[in-house]
Design a protein around this ligand. Sequence first.
Ligand SMILES: NC(=O)c1ccc[n+]([C@@H]2O[C@H](COP(=O)([O-])OP(=O)(O)OC[C@H]3O[C@@H](n4cnc5c(N)ncnc54)[C@H](OP(=O)(O)O)[C@@H]3O)[C@@H](O)[C@H]2O)c1
Length: 293
Amino acid sequence: MTETTGTQTRTRKVAVLGTGIIGAPVARNLRKNFAVSVWNRTHAKAEALAASGGIEVADTPAAAVAGADVIVTVLKDGPAVLEAVEAAAPALAKGAVWVQLSTVGVEAIGELAGFAERHGLVFYDAPVQGTRQPAENGQLVIIASGPTDRREDARQVFDAIGSRTVWIGEESGAASRLKLALNSLVFALTHGTAESLAIARGLGIDPALVVDVVTGGPLDSKYFQLKAAAILAGDYSTSFSVSNSVKDARLVVDAAEEAGVKVDGTAAGLRRFQRALDEGHGDKDMAASYLAG
Ligand SMILES: NC(=O)c1ccc[n+]([C@@H]2O[C@H](COP(=O)([O-])OP(=O)(O)OC[C@H]3O[C@@H](n4cnc5c(N)ncnc54)[C@H](OP(=O)(O)O)[C@@H]3O)[C@@H](O)[C@H]2O)c1
């Protein structure tokens, strides 16, 4: 995106803090429309992006956000995001737009919105639905809440990284709350698939028969097929890690508890993910729920 001031035209700049599974393809998709700078705690991961061209890799969050019109955060959790933006604070431009894509939960989103207010940033709470492949294809679904007056700036980012944006109001925090509800569904589907296959195996039945029976019927879904195929192939290449699943399941359980909602399924699922993590499967895909002993 370019903007013209007087006789000068410049490409607008986006800084992406975090180049993990979602952050890296987000940065790559943004470079079509923006000048992009990135920062990542582990520098080597960000360097891989520079090699693909058109992305400037910064050594610090402050260097990444210097001169940025839009800041995008895609880090693990609330504390990591807060630490990064605090480090970036001296270089943040007042009036810049901050698009916060990480899943941080109810409490942290309030802290981040407070930081934005203190530093004169226009804050969009914008967690995403979709995983590695949709992120790479620019087909994330963005759940967004935030002020109406700068939505055009946020929209330019969302259009580059996603296929759909669901606006759910102006109150920051609303999008993060909806994201928790959605994650509880993702976890139920993942554990349901993993446990069904594990039960079949444990009862001496070929787990592939579960898939055979479900295929084409009302229980079938693209998600079921993907996770079941990964489990049957023993391929746990990560789209969403067990470690991040523990983090997110805990966010759901804590928020539900605070709201007085009993969540037996998500709480049990959290224990299962935690077991998988403790058994050394933290970096594997969440389908490794199947491996939790
Ligand atoms: N993957 C998905 O399917 C998916 C879907 C929807 C939402 N999300 C959310 O999107 C966010 C990113 O997910 P992801 O899958 O891209 O995760 P990821 O691949 O594990 O990447 C996590 C990122 O956070 C950084 N990080 C972790 N702890 C940090 C700390 N203490 N200080 C600074 N940086 C830190 C990592 O840096 P290093 O490289 O140095 O470790 C990396 O850049 C998470 O909030 C996740 O819940 C993910």
